[in-house]
Design a protein around this ligand. Structure first.
Ligand SMILES: Cc1cc2nc3c(=O)[nH]c(=O)nc-3n(C[C@H](O)[C@H](O)[C@H](O)COP(=O)(O)O)c2cc1C
Length: 248
């Protein structure tokens, strides 16, 4: 197994970091790796904001309710950004671009670009011996985060990424077996996945029961049904539309 695959298969989110800040060189290496991800039509529809102000970090921690938003080696906020290209255009061209900028297609382009860049950042950080945790919890109050970061029209905060030297070694969290998620040539409409999922539920239940921190009794199916029965962050929908994205 090569080093890259080893790094990928060794991934687990880190939620406790040592009190050591990343160097500027480490931060730049991670951002450069993020930028080198494939990007739809070379749009590069993202801005990455590094948070170095401790007061701001405390505000973002309050939004997320998660201590590792503040206590980490560095905090990045990944934003979808169609503002850069829009504002470069002359007003007459902007008028012509509006329909496209506001489309669901370009919203998808933006979120994919951000996710690919962030995942590259994660892999880069992990290959450097650092740990990471994505932070969708910043969307607990997306309007407040937007205001804190002074984001203009067409720019949306999608998630944070906490990076730092791990101060814990959590067990690797199991994934669904390949048969569940990889099919060839067409969607497996006729396949009953209930047995595969029951097996996975048992595997994950055992992971939750036996893990060294935050042991609990749960299964994947129960967790997912709970999650999708209880809508969260419904203010994100009008927020995105107010940002003049995903409107048509
Ligand atoms: C977009 C995204 C947002 C996430 N948000 C959070 C978060 O707010 N807080 C957190 O502790 N973990 C967060 N996670 C981490 C997931 O919970 C984690 O990746 C998943 O449970 C699998 O565990 P693993 O990364 O340890 O393998 C997020 C992951 C992704 C991809």
């Amino acid at each position: 197994m090569n080093k890259t695959i080893e790094t990928l298969l060794n991934h687990r989110s880190i939620r406790k970091f040592k009190d050591t800040k990343l160097t500027t060189e480490q931060i730049h290496t991670i951002v450069k790796a993020a930028q080198q991800a494939s990007t739809s039509s070379h749009v590069m529809a993202y801005t990455i904001i590094g948070i170095t102000d401790e007061n701001l970090k405390a505000e973002l921690k309050a939004v997320s309710g998660q201590p590792y938003v503040k206590d980490n080696g560095h905090l990045f906020v990944f934003c979808g950004d169609l503002n850069r290209i829009y504002k470069q255009a002359a007003p007459a061209e902007q008028a012509q671009m509006q329909e496209s900028i506001e489309s669901t297609e370009q919203f998808i382009v933006t979120t994919i670009d951000v996710a690919l860049a962030a995942q590259n950042a994660t892999i880069a950080a992990e290959s450097m011996g650092l740990g990471t945790c994505f932070l969708g919890s910043l969307r607990n109050d997306i309007n407040h985060v937007n205001n804190l970061l002074d984001l203009p029209e067409h720019v949306i905060p999608l998630f944070g990424l906490a990076v730092g030297y791990p101060d814990q070694q959590p067990e690797i969290k199991p994934r669904l077996p390949i048969e569940a998620i990889y099919h060839e040539n067409k969607y497996a409409n006729d396949e009953d996945q209930s047995e595969i999922i029951t097996d996975f539920d048992n595997q994950l239940a055992s992971y939750y029961e036996n893990r060294s921190k935050n042991a609990r009794s749960d299964t994947w199916s129960e967790q997912m049904i709970r999650k999708y029965k209880n809508p969260i962050r419904m203010d994100v929908t009008p927020f995105i539309k107010d940002k003049k994205l995903n409107r048509r």
